[in-house]
Design a protein around this ligand. Sequence first.
Ligand code: ATP
Ligand code: MG
Ligand code: MG
Ligand code: MG
Length: 464
Amino acid sequence: MKSAELRQAFLDYFASQGHTKVPSSSLVPHNDPTLLFTNAGMNQFKDVFLGRESRDYTRATSSQRCVRAGGKHNDLENVGYTARHHTFFEMLGNFSFGDYFKREAIKFAWEFLTGTLGLPEERLWVTVHISDDEAADIWLKEMGVSAERFSRLDEDNFWQMGDTGPCGPCSEIFYDHGADVPGGPPGSENDDLDRYIEIWNLVFMQYDRQEDGELKPLPKPSVDTGMGLERIAAVLQGVHSNYEIDMFQALLQAAAKATGCNDLEEKSLRVIADHIRSSSFLICDGVIPSNEGRGYVLRRIIRRALRHGHKLGQDKPFFSTLVTALVEQMGEAYPELAREQARIEKALLAEEEQFGRTLAAGMKVLEAAIAELQGKTLSGEVLFNLYDTHGFPPDLTADVARERDLEVDMAGFEKAMEAQRERARGAGSFANDYSDRLNIEAETGFSGYEKLADDDEIVGLYRD
Ligand code: ATP
Ligand code: MG
Ligand code: MG
Ligand code: MG
């Protein structure tokens, strides 16, 4: 089954169960300044769940475009390293706003997977929260799931929107890709390897957490679920990695052609194929590459892709040429992407031309620093010089370092940044001096439960 057919089958199944089909919202969450990018299907319904807004339906289904590159959910560092993570992906979801609860949510999910899609039960593994006897009973006694493929987990299976407010236990469904792939079942030591891949998360919003930590039952519990389209497509297409599904194969082929690299399993090609999706959709939704906030996250994604192109030997603009292949794959489901094609290409090309002027020189500086390196850590000064003179966001340098099994001194980088700021202040030219630079400082402008990037988050970008 093609990805596009699968998206349709999901929406049709839930529509047949009384759900209203709701279009994907923008990647820029207009109703929530505390959120960096839309990162789940439930985002656009946040106020409905909180009872602040009502709709003329109590059941909804959607295929939501999501970006997880920064903020609380950041999968940027996973791209190219796992079979299952993207910066941009589509989340299929069904939602109940005070309508049905655990029993129906579990029944729908199981019926869709094992009935509509015909997946063998022996390949599926189910988890519930340690406290959730109700969900455990429904799975084991009513659905007949085998206790051998069932576990109770703690933190991974509890969802909350913030320190207070709606929250509740979740139940997750995993697919076993088979003994050829290393990794253990959920809850075991190696569960983060990619043998058992999480495909669907069912969240049961059941409590309203009070200031003092008390879990007060919600009068009308709700349901929020999310299933990654690319992950379930991989399962149905009989492949292990998301990058092997139809949609990605087309993008990988386009990237191979544009870079002259013919190995479709090459990590850099995967990064490029992933990043063209997130960059294009972000630009489509109004983000432009810049030195601060959302635009800076976008710039970092684009520059990382360009660095991978350079690694494959391509120093001419190539990234913007991939938009055509993307529109071929996704333009039907997202007509706005096709409509905005020219604008997207133009914005990407401008960034390619700008960074193209310093990328090769910066890489030479970096190679020299690596060649001279004593020990395993690139200093803050090297990071700062690359950032300041060559426009290398430090996570880009860290990405190169990781390929060589090296570390980077982020604290040293921050110190060098601070020294630079002091100098600029002393010279009385702060604003001018920074107008054309990558301004990490400005990223701290966001706050809330999904901090865009406070110091911790920035450092977090360089860890595994
Ligand atoms: P994982 O543990 O694999 O990182 P998650 O628990 O962070 O996934 P959820 O927040 O529960 O994911 O999101 C719901 C679903 O969205 C997941 O079950 C998965 O199918 C999909 N998903 C989450 N993150 C990604 C991603 N970065 N790329 C592709 N699909 C994703
Ligand atoms: Mg995750
Ligand atoms: Mg998970
Ligand atoms: Mg999950």
